[in-house]
Write a protein that binds this ligand. Sequence first.
Ligand code: CLF
Ligand code: SF4
Length: 524
Amino acid sequence: MDLPVLSHVAPTASSGGGAAGGCGTAPDALAHLPDHIRARVQDHPCYSEKAHHYFARMHVAVAPACNIQCNYCNRKYDCTNESRPGVVSELLTPEQAVRKALAVAASIPQMTVLGIAGPGDPLANPERTFETFRQLSAKAPDIKLCVSTNGLNLPHYADEITRHNIDHVTITINCLDPKIGAKIYPWIFWNNRRIRGEAAAAILIRQQQKGLEMLTARGVLVKVNSVLIPGVNDEHLKEVSKVVKARGAFLHNVMPLIAEAEHGSYYGIMAQRSPTAAELQALQDECAGDMAMMRHCRQCRADAVGMLGEDRGAEFTLDKLDALNVDYESAMSRRKEVRSAIIEQLESKREMRGLLATNELANGIRDSEESARLSSMPTPSSRSRSILMAVASTGHNLINQHFGHAREFLVYEVSNAGARFIGHRKTDLYCSGNGQCGDEDGGVSAETTLERTIAALEGCEVVLCSKIGYEPWSRLEQAGIQPNGEHAMEEIEAALCSVYGEMEVAGKRAGKSADNPASAAKAA
Ligand code: CLF
Ligand code: SF4
C-alpha cells in the first residue's frame, strides 16, 4: 500500500529560494531544476507542491496481497470517510481499473497521474500491476504512471518498471538499521519462507537500497516515504534522509504515523502514539538541510480519486461507470487544453518570479496581482519573525473555502522571506451546509467540532477563509487566532503576504512590532 514518500534534489521550500527581499516572492521549489526534469514533475501533484493546487491523481486498487507486515498496517478495515493508506472500498481487476481510469480522466481533465499504491504492495502483485499499466498506457498515453512499493521486490522489477515508462516510483523506507526495523516489521515473506526479526529487516533494507540505486541509475524519479514513529525511528530518519539523497532519491516525504485502536493495527492496539504537528515539522526541517522534502502529502487511500485532500472515489464506483458514457478520444483533446493552460499559467508565474529576483520589473512586466503583492510587502527587517497562518482552500491556489466547510487547513509560515507551505491540519466539518453545524448524526456538537478545529490550528495566529460565521469568528478570536475573510478568491501566497504586511504596519502603529504579532493582528 502507499505509505507515500518522495525523494530528491529539488531545493526545499524552506530554502527560501527566489525571495527577493520581501514577503511576496514565494520560493519556487522547482526553479533550480533543469527544464527536462521540471517538465516531468510540474504536473505531478505529489512531486511538486505547486502542482498539487491544480492537478489531481487517482489510485486504482488492483494489488491486494502484501509480502511484508508493517506494525502500522491493517488492510481489513474500511470506512469511506477514512483517508489512510491501505484502505479501499472496491478491489479492481486490471480491466476494471483501466475502465475507471478512463472515466475519471474524461471527467476530471486535470487528473494527470495514475498510481498503484495498494491496498497491498504493487510489486507483490506484479501481473495485476503491470497489466494495468500496459493496458492504460496503450489507451491513454497522456496519463503519467506512478507506483508505490515497500521495496522488497524492487530490484527484481526495476527493468520492468522502466520498460513500462513508469517515471515516478515511491519506496517506503523507515529505517536503515535492522534493530530499528525489527520494531516496525514483524515479518517478511521471502523466497517462500516467512522470516522474522532483525534478519527480516536486514533483507528488506538491503532490497530497498538496492532498488533505489537501480531506479535512479535508470533515470526514474524516486521519492522516499518514511513513517515517523515517535520513540522508534524519529532520531534515525535524519540519517535515512542523508543516505537516500546520496543514492539519488528525488524527494523525501516524512509522514506522521496513523495509529488508532479502531484500525486494528499492532501500533493502534498497543497505543503507540503518533507525532504532533510540531514534532513532524521539526523533523522535516532538520531533514531539509540534506534533502528536498514533501510536506503536502495527504496519506491517501489506495483508491483515492481527485485533488490531494479530496476524495471523489464514490463518484466512480463500478456500478456508476456505465452511466458516465465515456468518450476518451474526445476527452483527450480537452485534457490537453486544460493541462497546457495550467502549465502556461504556472510558467508565466515562474518567469515573473525570476524577473522579480533580478529587478527587471521596471520593464513594465508586472500584473495587477504582483503589483498588489509588492505594495503590501513589508520592508525587510532583521527583527521580523515568522507567523503561522492557516488557509481554507479547495484548490487552484486560492482562498476559496468557507471556514465551516473545511476538512483541512493549509498551514504556511510567513515572514519577510516569503510564505512557505509547511503542512496541513485535518479537522472535522463544522458546517454541513444544510443549516446544521457540527456532526449531529455522529453525536458531536458544533461546539465540540469547533474546539477540535481550534486545537488542530495550534500555533496559528491567523486563519484565512472565504467566509466565516459570527460564532466561530468570536471563538477563534478568544483563542488568539485572528479570522480573516477579506481575501476571498485571492491567490494564497499574495494574500498571506498582504496580511503579514498589514500586521506589521498595524503593529508599528500600535507601538508594537511583528515581534508581537498577536497584538498586531488585533490592531489590524
Ligand atoms: Fe499516488 Fe503516491 Fe504516486 Fe502520488 S500519492 S502513488 S506518489 S500518485 Fe501523494 Fe497520496 Fe502522499 Fe502518496 S499525497 S499518499 S505521496
Ligand atoms: Fe501494509 Fe506495509 Fe504491506 Fe503497505 S507494505 S500493505 S503498509 S503491510
